[in-house]
Design a protein around this ligand. Structure first.
Ligand SMILES: [Zn+2]
Length: 441
């Protein structure tokens, strides 16, 4: 017999039952999900059919938990895992020049590996099954390769946006950038699993020619261009000075504003720029906690959503957040949009939740990327409304189980893919060495 495409006698998959399941039509309370061979093979409201219980190799109880697709952290920098706590008291450009860039240029490939592993494990704990790593340390293939290997070890889906700057301090030659991107596509690009993207650092450090060439190269693989845009007013001024256009206008004028463009921050935009983001189908990656910590400003997210711009959330790097807890970022996004507009009706919880699920739900045929979020704790009980509980009451530490591509990476908050205590110890020791090398202690 067949139940939702599941054949009796097939190799046992994972059955999740008795939880609240985020389905296309709303919440099933309770519902069940059956995962096999990397896909959701069956899902429905109520109890699972007995035949499904029989074929399952594992049965996970989700009683008191929400069951939803793994969430997305659409912007971070793993190198900054070794830079937490360094955000205080400096404006963006000064912070970059005095702290972040010197630290980045002192990192070894081994330190990059540890930073990436800790960063990935932190995202895993938060239920992130797809992370966008804007990779800034490009002093040789060893750094990028270390991050790609770390993603394979931890098992998350990753987009690695290879950062570059061919203008300003320490510019990289355009040929070297293009050669390295080609190498990364050749050696690492696996669509849906480990995607290589074009990652120009910002609109004020990248030349027109290299922007166009790298965007076209990523386009050959259907991959995005991921770039910091208008994070601060100073950056807008610098772009105006260099190119005579505001950041989004500049991207459009050079042909790098389309459905593959991911515009990170988008804090200081004029009305016409917002409209063009909508018309061109670009995605905005909103990083409200980072914007607050660095005092950068408030992105006009309500305007973006009203105009139909696709918005995802990013934590940004741990040096300007200082965590990668996407749930904290979600709550901040809701609060900030409401206070900026003095309007408590903005970003209702179900809409807000889509900023981290990307609008995905649990349904047959979808990838088997599923998380279980514990809602039976004093911060959430009693639960009137599941969307509210997830949006306003949840911390990353409430994520209980994470499954990616049908593989359980974390169960009951225990990471199964790496020795986490040993990793944290190694990272602490690496930081001590790094500080000594920099003469900071
Ligand atoms: Zn960033």
């Amino acid at each position: 017999m067949s139940i939702g495409g599941v054949e009796r006698g097939s190799a046992g998959g994972i059955l999740i039952r008795d939880g609240a399941v985020l389905a296309p039509e709303g919440w099933w309370k309770p519902g069940y999900v059956y995962l096999e061979q990397g896909k959701v093979r069956a899902a429905g409201a109520g109890d699972p059919p007995p035949a499904l219980v029989e074929v399952a190799g594992r049965v996970l109880s989700a009683r008191g938990k929400a069951v939803l697709p793994g969430v997305i952290n659409a912007h971070t920098h793993f190198s900054q895992v070794l830079m937490r706590g360094l955000a205080g008291g400096r404006p963006l450009v000064q912070w970059l020049k005095e702290l972040i860039w010197p630290l980045q240029s002192a990192l070894t490939p081994e330190e990059m590996r540890l930073a990436a592993l800790v960063g990935l494990v932190e995202n895993l704990h938060c239920g992130v099954t797809h992370v966008v790593q804007h990779h800034k340390v490009v002093r040789g293939p060893a750094f990028t390769d270390a991050v790609c290997r770390a993603a394979q070890t931890v098992g998350l889906r990753m987009t690695l946006a290879r950062s570059w700057a061919d203008m300003g301090a320490n510019p990289e030659p355009a040929d070297a950038i293009l050669d390295d991107l080609r190498r990364l596509y050749r050696e690492w690009h696996q669509p849906g699993r480990l995607e290589i993207a074009n990652g120009p650092i910002s609109t004020w450090r990248c030349s027109v020619d290299t922007m166009q060439k790298t965007h076209a190269l990523a386009g050959e693989f259907g991959a995005p261009t991921h770039i910091h845009v208008a994070e601060t007013q100073e950056e807008v001024e610098m772009t105006l000075e260099l190119f005579g256009r505001r950041p989004v206008d500049w991207l459009e004028s050079i042909g790098v504003l389309d459905q593959r463009t991911q515009v990170v921050h988008a804090v200081w935009l004029e009305e016409g720029e917002k409209q063009r983001l909508a018309e061109r189908g670009a995605t905005v990656v909103h990083c409200p906690v980072s914007n607050m910590v660095l005092g950068s400003g408030i992105a006009p997210v309500a305007d973006f959503l009203r105009k139909g711009v696709r918005v995802l959330l990013g934590t940004d790097g741990p040096a300007s957040n200082d965590t990668q807890d996407i749930w904290e970022t979600l709550k901040a996004a809701v609060g900030l949009a409401r206070v900026a507009n003095l309007d408590p009706t903005l970003l209702p919880p179900a809409q807000a939740l889509r900023l981290i699920t990307g609008g995905r739900t649990v349904q047959e045929g979808a990838p088997a990327d599923i998380i279980l979020v514990n809602l039976r704790h004093a911060r959430a009980v009693p639960v009137h409304d599941l969307d509210s509980a997830l949006t306003l009451c949840t911390h990353g530490s409430d994520v209980d189980t994470v499954i990616v591509d049908g593989r359980i990476l974390m169960e009951e908050s225990r990471v199964l893919v790496i020795d986490e205590p040993a990793l944290l110890e190694e990272a602490e020791s690496a930081l001590r060495h790094l500080r000594r090398r920099l003469g900071w202690e």
